[in-house]
Design a binder for this molecule. Structure first.
Ligand code: ADP
Length: 159
């Protein structure tokens, strides 16, 4: 049986924190689908297409990772792909309560799809797409936070 996990998120844009979770997930599962969900309440900077393209570029070295997008409910999407698991990253305690609520709801929807949490790598515990956008807006250096392709895309957005 192929063990498939979905790694969902906004990825607006993808950071080294996301990539760390994706890479570690790809070592455990046979296949990981990184799925971009459009969370309108977050007022995105990049379109879903742009976010997917950046993710594809940044994960091209991982043969068992593919990139997709969806506007469905996460668990309906996971079920439609026959995924066994959903992977989420945890940074601080502040992530915990929100994730617990979502996971408990998701389990009610499909109890046989497991949610796996991975603790962030210490060096990325304060890294988020929002921080990256805030810093990039002032044209400060974000090379420690995102890959080159993302850095360039941010520079173009804030030109
Ligand atoms: P969402 O809108 O679903 O929170 P994000 O794009 O912000 O989407 O994050 C996608 C996933 O990546 C989430 O599970 C989030 O916790 C995780 N993540 C984001 N940044 C980091 C980081 N620096 N370290 C570990 N995990 C992270």
């Amino acid at each position: 049986m192929t063990r498939l996990a979905i790694c969902p998120g906004s990825f607006d844009p993808v950071t080294y924190g996301h990539l760390d979770i994706i890479q570690r997930g790809a070592k455990i599962f046979d296949h990981v689908i990184v799925a971009v969900f459009n969370n309108q309440s977050k007022d995105p900077l990049f379109t879903v297409k742009e976010r997917m393209k950046l993710l594809e570029e940044c994960t091209s070295h991982l043969p068992n990772v593919t990139v997709d997008s969806s506007s469905s409910l996460l668990m309906d999407y996971a079920k439609s792909k026959n995924a066994q698991a959903v992977i989420r990253g945890l940074r601080a305690v502040s992530d915990f309560e929100y994730e617990m609520q979502i996971t408990s709801m998701n389990r009610q929807l499909y109890e046989d799809i497991e949610t796996f949490f991975m603790m962030t790598n210490n060096q990325y515990s304060f890294l988020s797409s929002s921080i990256v956008k805030e810093v990039a807006k002032y044209r400060a250096n974000v090379s420690d936070m995102v890959p080159k392709a993302v850095e360039e895309a941010l520079a173009l957005k804030f030109k």
